[in-house]
Design a protein around this ligand. Sequence first.
Ligand SMILES: Nc1nc2c(ncn2[C@@H]2O[C@H](COP(=O)(O)OP(=O)(O)OP(=O)(O)O)[C@@H](O)[C@H]2O)c(=O)[nH]1
Ligand SMILES: [Mg+2]
Length: 180
Amino acid sequence: MGMSISKLLGNLFSSSNKKFKILMLGLDGAGKTSLLYKMKLNQNVMTVPTIGFNMETLQYKNVKFNVWDIGGQDKIRILWKHYYPCASAIIFVVDSSDVERLSVAKYTLFQVLNEQETFGIPVLIFANKIDVCQIAFNDLSGQLGLHELQNRKIHLQQCCAITGEGMFEGFDWLNQQLKN
Ligand SMILES: Nc1nc2c(ncn2[C@@H]2O[C@H](COP(=O)(O)OP(=O)(O)OP(=O)(O)O)[C@@H](O)[C@H]2O)c(=O)[nH]1
Ligand SMILES: [Mg+2]
């Protein structure tokens, strides 16, 4: 009856050792590094623009992630593609107070989604800076063109890297997607 003890232990061991590679992308200043360290340390860190990347291992509800926070400045976005191989999911961070650059955020998001290596993987969009947000949720979703992406695994979650609001809800969705 049931699974042998050794098989059960083997399964537990392998699942606890698995780390999902998660890419954190988004325009410069969106709050990627702030979110990474809020999640990792529960601290508000002083950030400087990321040139290159930060990588941290996080654990949320027994799921381990290697989160790659990659610099979002215009001139270094060209380098994002080098990080795509073997990514299990993408977290795309949008500054919801920067309404003027929402069209650039949309264009950049669609560029990422059009890369063959990102086909089929879940994309969590963090609408960050909800504390200073300048736009209603539905308008934000509309301006990012999310209705055009109904064949993709996409979830829009408002959050705040300063208070941590919304972060765990986002990771709950991600965990659920990675389980499937
Ligand atoms: N008000 C507010 N400010 C935030 C929030 N998250 C980040 N910031 C601020 O936004 C600025 C940019 O944050 P970063 O985390 O450095 O942004 P980034 O996306 O890593 O930027 P790059 O490394 O250039 O790609 C910093 O001054 C943060 O303190 C937030 O939720 N609310
Ligand atoms: Mg950064």
